[in-house]
Ligand binder design. Structure first.
Ligand code: GDD
Ligand code: MN
Length: 364
């Protein structure tokens, strides 16, 4: 049996036409159930579901009141599904129900672990009139997730997998919109098939894809990178953040020197400025988002963690710049040497601390 999981938030107007199209596409050839997972929309969806049930459609409605979010709704539906094949699709008819039989047959005939209704393989398409901004947004999102998954349309919300593969998944703990990426990283999806679909625009209701969801997406990706690539992922993030701090450090140092402030004092300020600058990404990248603390105490704790690196930085740079003939007139080179030494100390401290900060594998 096929379980069709459909997350909904304020989609009441789509229920009747959507169920109608699914019935027309599947009956009587394929045994199926539809499970709507609704996040307490209170828009009359229950009455619409009752109506289709009375008309003989195999439909269930789960209403969640304790949680919100597309991915977690899908996860809930997958867990409560009774079928041995699971399908996820949107309620707004962007995903054509007419493609389901072919996806189902492909899954069985090719013994696939994952079948994706894909916009970005030959023959796939999106509704015309996607503005440049929406297109670019979608492309950047796809590109950022490339190393995580071999699915071309890794942002798709229309995909099918055997319940067996889903149950073998470990540590499923998605945030935000992209359940497919979570699945392709954490479930054993060896054989992936993508079938082209046409992605249409919704006719009723509104999209819920907000800026907040896009920020959550970045956070979700970061967690999956850490999960899949471990310390390498952390090292890359650490270097990216560090590099931006380096620029701030040298810029502040140069600025203060313009005012004839003594090197030692100017450099201490420069270190503090770059450290404070780096706090912002660290607040989002290194600390557990669920246990987010107020800014000030967290900042003070962070400064404490950076103290050893900062002291080493200063102790390398300033004596070099002042005392060594070699660095005469090359204060910025001396600063770079200090930054290098400080960064190494910081990395050791942060690696040691990362066991006590966010470690998804441990939390899951
Ligand atoms: N339960 C629940 N909770 N459902 C939600 C929530 C939520 O917080 N947010 C959105 N949904 C449901 C919507 O009701 C809809 O059925 C589906 O998830 C997709 O939401 P849309 O708001 O229509 O999103 P979209 O069209 O921007 O995004 C879709 O297309 C993207 C590709 O462009 C989704 O399929 C994405 O997964 C996909 O990446
Ligand atoms: Mn949509």
């Amino acid at each position: 049996m096929l379980s069709i999981i459909i997350p909904t938030y304020r989609e009441a107007d789509n229920i009747l036409p959507l169920v109608g199209r699914i019935r027309a596409a599947l009956e009587p050839a394929i045994a199926y159930e539809i499970v709507f997972v609704d996040d307490n929309s209170r828009d009359g969806i229950d009455a619409r579901v009752e109506e289709v049930v009375r008309a003989g459609a195999p439909v269930r409605l789960i209403v969640r009141t304790d949680e919100r979010g597309l991915s977690s709704a899908v996860l809930r539906g997958f867990r409560e599904a009774r079928g041995d094949v699971l399908l996820c699709m949107d309620a707004d008819m962007s995903h054509p129900p007419e493609a389901i039989p072919q996806m189902f047959q492909t899954l069985q005939a090719q013994q696939a672990d994952l079948v994706v209704g894909s916009r970005y393989v030959a023959g796939g398409s999106v509704e015309e009139g996607w503005g440049f901004y929406r297109w670019l947004n979608s492309q950047v999102a796809l590109w950022l997730a490339r190393p995580l998954s071999k699915v071309r349309d890794n942002g798709a919300g229309f995909f099918m997998l055997p319940a067996r593969v889903f149950k073998l998944g470990r540590d499923l703990n998605p945030i935000g919109y992209k359940m497919l990426i979570e699945i392709s990283v954490k479930c054993p999806c060896q054989k992936v098939v993508e079938l082209p679909i046409h992605f249409s625009d919704r006719k009723f209701g509104q999209s819920k894809l907000s800026t907040r969801e896009q920020l959550l997406y970045l956070l979700h990706l970061k967690r999956l990178y850490d999960y899949k690539f471990g310390w390498i992922s952390r090292l890359v993030q650490f270097c990216a953040v560090g590099l931006s701090g380096l620029v701030v450090n040298l810029a502040v140092f140069a600025l203060l020197r313009q005012f004839s402030i003594a090197n030692g004092v100017a450099y201490a300020f420069a270190i503090w400025a770059s450290l404070t600058w780096n706090f912002i990404p660290h607040r989002y990248l290194s600390y557990d988002p669920k246990a987010r603390q107020p800014v000030l105490p967290q900042y003070l704790q962070y400064v404490l963690h950076c103290l050893a690196g900062a002291v080493v930085n200063w102790m390398v740079a300033i004596p070099l710049a002042l005392a060594s003939g070699r660095f005469d007139g090359h204060v910025y080179l001396a600063a770079l040497a200090g930054i290098g030494a400080g960064a190494m100390v910081n990395f050791v401290v942060w690696r040691f601390l990362s066991g006590t900060i966010s470690d998804e594998k441990r939390n899951a």
